[in-house]
Design a protein around this ligand. Structure first.
Ligand code: UTP
Length: 300
């Protein structure tokens, strides 16, 4: 196997405006919306940590306070729970601060995902890094990120996660042109396009919110003009890297993901996620699932 630099850092962009989830996201980042009883972004940090990435840089925006507070200690609250002897809640309150070493950088203006990633340049330096979107959840049983890191170790360059979506949904995603490799779940990405009209989509393999990125992306992003929606698009920078050799920071491979993924920044997907997670929770399911069955019967 080639000797590529290992991946040790994760970048979590969480500075988007979250307009699809207004008005809830007027003063609260969408990444802080609870999935049952934990904010979405905590599941994302847990995923990074369980893939061995214990250095996590959050790219935050105007309303960063609640994210920082959530991943910090909360001494007053801890004292109260300690005095009550409530060990269970105490460990739940302490857990976020113990998952990883958290760092923060601010994206002054939400100029797009590519621009958010560029804000990580100084922290990441000249090493490959993982990027996990703070509102995109991958079921912990599906271990996508570990596989992507493995693929980066084998091929170098960058690795994106691709998921097959119904044709009518391609215009909501970045979409890849792909070529098979010898491995069933790995493809070579030869081209990428952000949110194409259905008729122009090269495939129905859509980019989802997990990336392992070569540091060459920073120089490319610095030279990437605003694209679709006037934003600096990560997809456009990865498209440039897809055409490069290993020595220049390319190529780009895709891991074909067939597991469970939830876009919690979308209202309908958010609702599905909360229901699914609740139905999976041993402490809630015994009451919640029968109630849900009854409710569905009632509404026909
Ligand atoms: P989205 O594409 O979901 O954009 O961002 P958004 O602006 O947050 O949401 P809507 O479409 O208006 O509802 C994908 C990820 O990239 C981050 C977001 O926080 C989210 O985790 N992002 C996006 C940034 O950090 N900065 C940006 O400028 C844009």
């Amino acid at each position: 196997m080639a000797d590529f630099d290992p991946v040790t850092k994760a970048v979590v962009p969480a500075a988007g405006l979250g307009t699809r989830f207004l008005p809830a996201t007027k003063a609260t980042p969408k990444e802080m919306l609870p999935i049952v009883d934990k904010p979405a972004i905590q599941y994302v940090v847990e995923e990074a940590a369980s893939a061995g990435l214990l250095d996590v840089l959050m790219v935050t925006g105007k309303n960063k306070r609640s994210i920082e507070d959530h991943f910090d200690r909360a001494f007053e609250l801890e004292e109260v729970l300690e005095a009550k002897g409530d060990e269970h809640r105490l460990s739940q309150v302490r857990e976020p601060a113990s998952l990883a070493t958290l760092h923060y950088v601010r994206q002054g203006e939400p100029k797009g995902l590519g621009h958010a990633v560029l804000c990580a340049k100084q922290h990441v330096g000249d090493h490959p890094f993982a990027c996990l979107l703070g509102d995109d959840l991958i079921d912990y049983r599906d271990e996508l990120l570990k596989r992507m890191i493995e693929v980066r170790g084998a091929y170098g360059g960058s690795v994106i996660a691709l998921m097959e979506v119904p044709e009518e949904q391609v215009s909501l995603y970045g979409v890849a042109t792909i070529q098979a490799t010898d491995e069933d779940d790995v493809v070579r990405v030869t081209d990428l396009v952000e949110k194409p009209p259905v008729a122009e989509a090269p495939s129905n393999w859509a980019i989802i919110g997990r990336y392992v990125i070569d540091p060459a992306v920073f120089e490319v992003l610095e030279n990437t003009p605003p694209g679709r929606g006037g934003e600096i698009q990560l997809t456009d920078a990865l498209r440039t890297l897809a055409g490069r050799s290993t020595a220049e920071g390319g190529p780009v491979h895709g891991v074909l993901f067939r597991g469970r993924r939830y876009d919690t920044g979308d209202k309908l997907d958010y609702l599905r996620t909360v229901v699914k997670f609740a139905a999976d929770r041993p402490d809630l399911a015994p009451e919640f699932v029968p109630w849900l069955r009854e409710f569905l019967r009632e509404i026909g």
